[in-house]
Write a protein that binds this ligand. Structure first.
Ligand code: FEO
Length: 398
């Protein structure tokens, strides 16, 4: 039984959900699942836009056969070669030997690397602005390097003003039968997963995303079809605005994210005391134990809030392990434009504050709230004024 949905009267969604995947890309938990989207245009010529992950290949081939309904497949457009979208490409090319592969030169090289196949004889190599007329539709290709790999391109359907956006505008989370973002309460139920997807998958590449946003805005799409998550046909601007903020590394909310690591609860206690004093002042807070919450959630929260507090013990003369990993992760995602306060702990040689500062100081446009708070094993009697002063110094700039 097929699970096709119609995007328009002649463009079909052939994707599928994976709710069993433990870790997307081997790194990111997806407790609400993830969708792999593939699209089929049924014009005078038939065009397949990308394929899907191995995990859902059987559903996909069933959907593809049903969608084609006996017709030949004329073109396969390969927008992105990451295997969550290309793992089944080799089988598609075997099964539909007359289909031409529409891709750019970088993609052709990656197809060779992944599958050992030279697709030159059946390749239709395209570059920025090239067009593929298929009857009623005319598709044009827009290069989008590093959103999220160098070969990525997106496709614009001039006829129906549809942007096939590859990884851009995707989200974690299974579709559960819905296809359009307006079929669910996206901003209530999916925004957190969309942010976690963006920040962790594409977060490092803010400048290329900005370039793509400018190109997309000139096209004025009426619909966006990403490779993960929902199709957008209403209120596109609301989601595009989020992408604009995230890719400029601007916070969505004035508030404080407190991420702490704590071996015996004393550093946690100081972080909690600070959170209370911030709430006393009407400042919004979110707290995470970095040894408990997956780093991808904390990275996403760091993109969300304007102010960040990191609290960690000194451990083996370094930053406590889970905090050290988190800070390197934030640096790898090029986080910038934030105000940061630090709490360090050390029973005999507290140095984690300086080391956290050195690490975060390599990021662009980080303002530190001074002075850092130092614990000697635990918050001591008489340190309450220091907590109050730190809370007040943070409040002044929130
Ligand atoms: Fe969904 Fe970069 O692959």
């Amino acid at each position: 039984m097929h699970c096709i949905r119609y995007v328009t009267h002649d463009i079909l969604w052939l994707g599928a959900d994976d709710r069993r995947l433990a870790l997307f890309e081997g790194v990111y938990p997806v407790p609400k699942g993830v969708s792999y989207n593939s699209y089929l245009a049924l014009d005078e010529k038939t065009v397949l836009f990308d394929t899907v992950d191995h995990a859902v290949s059987e559903r996909f081939f069933e959907n593809l056969a049903h969608g084609l309904n006996g017709r030949a497949l004329d073109y396969v457009v390969v927008q992105h070669m990451e295997p969550d979208h290309s793992a089944t490409l080799a089988r598609v090319l075997e099964k539909y030997p007359d289909a031409a592969v529409v891709c750019n030169a970088k993609t052709a090289a990656m197809i060779r690397q992944f599958f050992g196949a030279d697709i030159t004889p059946r390749a239709l190599l395209v570059k920025e602005g090239d067009a593929l007329p298929t009857g009623r539709h005319e598709f044009t290709f827009v290069m989008a390097p590093m959103v999220h790999w160098p070969e990525v391109m997106v496709t614009y359907d001039k006829t129906d003003k549809i942007l096939f956006s590859a990884d851009a505008f995707g989200t974690f989370g299974a579709l559960n039968g819905a296809l359009f973002a307006d079929e669910v309460d996206f901003f209530r139920d999916y925004l957190d997963e969309a942010r976690r997807y963006y920040c962790n998958i594409v977060g490092k590449y803010g400048a290329p995303v900005q370039t793509l946003l400018k190109k997309a805005s000139a096209l004025e799409p009426a619909m966006i079809c990403p490779l993960h998550g929902f199709v957008w046909r209403r209120d596109l601007g609301d989601f595009i605005a989020k992408y604009d903020l995230w890719s400029r590394y601007e916070p969505e909310e004035r508030g404080v994210m407190i991420a702490y690591a704590s071996v015996y609860g004393n550093t946690e206690n100081a972080a909690s005391a600070l959170a209370c004093r911030l709430r006393d002042r009407g400042v919004q807070t979110a707290m995470f134990d970095v040894s408990v919450t997956h780093a991808s959630e904390i990275v996403a929260a760091a993109f969300r809030f304007s102010h960040l507090v990191f609290a960690a013990p000194t451990y083996n003369g370094s930053i406590f392990v889970t905090m050290d990993a988190l800070l390197h992760d934030l640096a790898a995602h090029a986080l910038q434009n934030r105000t940061v306060a630090l709490i360090e702990n050390g029973t005999w040689a507290p140095t984690s504050g300086k080391q956290m500062r050195d690490l975060l100081g390599t990021l662009k446009n980080i303002t530190f709230v001074e002075p850092k708070l130092t614990l000697r094993s635990a918050l001591a009697q008489g340190q309450e004024p220091e907590i109050e002063a730190l809370a007040e110094a943070i409040r002044e700039t929130v």
